[in-house]
Design a protein around this ligand. Sequence first.
Ligand code: F6R
Length: 608
Amino acid sequence: MCGIVGYIGGEQAAPVLLHGLKRLEYRGYDSAGVAVYNGKAVQVVKSKGRLAVLEGILREEELPGTVGIGHTRWATHGAPSDVNSHPQVSDGGLFAVVHNGIIENYLDIKNHLKRRGVEFVSDTDTEVVAQMLEHYYQGDVLEAIRQVILRVEGSYALGIICASCPEKVYAVRKDSPLIVGLGEGENFIASDVTAILSRTRRVCRLKDGEIAVLEQGRVSFFGPDLEPLEKPAEQVEWDVAAAEKGGYEHFMMKEICEQPEALGKTISPRLREGRVVLDDISLTREEIENFSRVYIVACGTSYHVGAVAKYAFEKLLRLPIEVDVASEFRYRDPVLDERSLVIIISQSGETADTLAALREAKRQGARTLAIVNVVGSTIAAEADDVLYTWAGPEIAVASTKAYSTQLAVIYLIALYMAQETGRLPGEELAGYLKALEALPAQAERCLREKETIQYFASQYFNAHDMYFIGRNVDYAASLEASLKLKEISYIHSEAYTAGELKHGPISLIEEGTLVIAICTCGRLFDKMMSNIREVKARGAVVLGITTEELREKLAQETDCQFCVPATADFMLPSMSILPLQLFAYYAAGMKGCDIDKPRNLAKSVTVE
Ligand code: F6R
């Protein structure tokens, strides 16, 4: 959801800003722009279209200066256009602003300022901020910022430069991510660390309402009432190469292939001497025993992890589980108390709805545990406990390795809770831990079969519709497989529980319709076979995803099969999703889609 960067230092700002924006383009890519103080005034270059368009303009147009801000946009207010691109500049040209978030009361403010003679040029909510800054500016930029944040409602990460204080970059945030990077004789702001990793690993994370003032040689921090703050810097461990394509054509393929390693990093430090060890969380045995209900709340792919978690938790803990999408949970007035455990799942740790759901859970006194990939993100900071997935930066908009590692953490939590409360006989626990330990190598094996999936995609990438069916965890995996396909290949697809087909959706099946049947659950295999026969009888072509031991039986009913390694029942989605991520990837590639930057989407959804 929009990427912002800012730079102040000894080098020309424009190339540094462009470099940072390239790393942030996954957050939004319908327009881009930069503003640099050129010694006399703030000069802005911005354009509708991908960052490459802006880069082209900057090759022709001089933009000298060592202080600047940049932006890559995912439109919320106003269509993608040159004038709606950021930076937005105030009427008198004093302030330039880049923004990620939504100013909810922007229309009221806009009308108020218009009545006072301020002229607006764009449809954006961001322009309101630039105009307000100039309106309230009386020689003190910090005071003008304070006046603005007193009046705006909504979410914002703002980067600001001012022509009358040109040796500074200002930054402030609320409910949208923003970090400050501390370099040698240069400092940065960015929506996330990948934008500045090649320049510095020392960062400070702004909290809601905090303001940073960057100068070339120092950074000062202030609270919402302009009280000075001390903020310790932290060292980022992610390595620069992790945020590069490293020889792959797309980040998505790189991240699919990184899953065995990411699984290893997430699982192995937490298995010791035949036990699950979760040093990073503070849940006691008494607290676990006291939980009466578990809620799992997330969005998109992370929500699909919750769909798998339901089966794992019910099986291992015999506790009632509710799984909810965060945008519904936050407004449905859920019934929670101190005996509720709310597990929040988020790759970015910044998703607006998920963060709001976490806050609602805390407000109602529930115990909160977050599963997050981005270290130090807002959800990680606000949850009672956090378990990190060690997937490294996920850049492709379509989530793959985050899904796999989130699943692994779910298995770890469920097994840990079962272990601590003595719910599982030692032998059974040992069996599950062995299965968990084997996942990275099994994933590696599964991903070696790329060509088979590539061939299959070549047969079906022109399809208009596809259906994914499954039962139990296979249904949960279907949800994710279907999302992956539609988000990057734009092929319409639906996931149904196989048993539900006959209650309506089967009317969609006609001669040649592709149905992908996930049938890895041995227990429900015969039921799946009946459902496959039902769609075949209506002309469907069926690809079956199964395990080696079930292949022969499945081959009797399906047109082709793909085998994944067998594992514990509730862990099967960790295997079955791998060929289906590849299927989506190859189908999208064959259709000529922009795999890493699918239309209308952006990573890290920091607006409602
Ligand atoms: C799909 C995808 C999204 C995210 C969702 C939640 O491939 O990536 O559906 O899963 O926007 O994002 P996080 O996990 O960052 O909260």
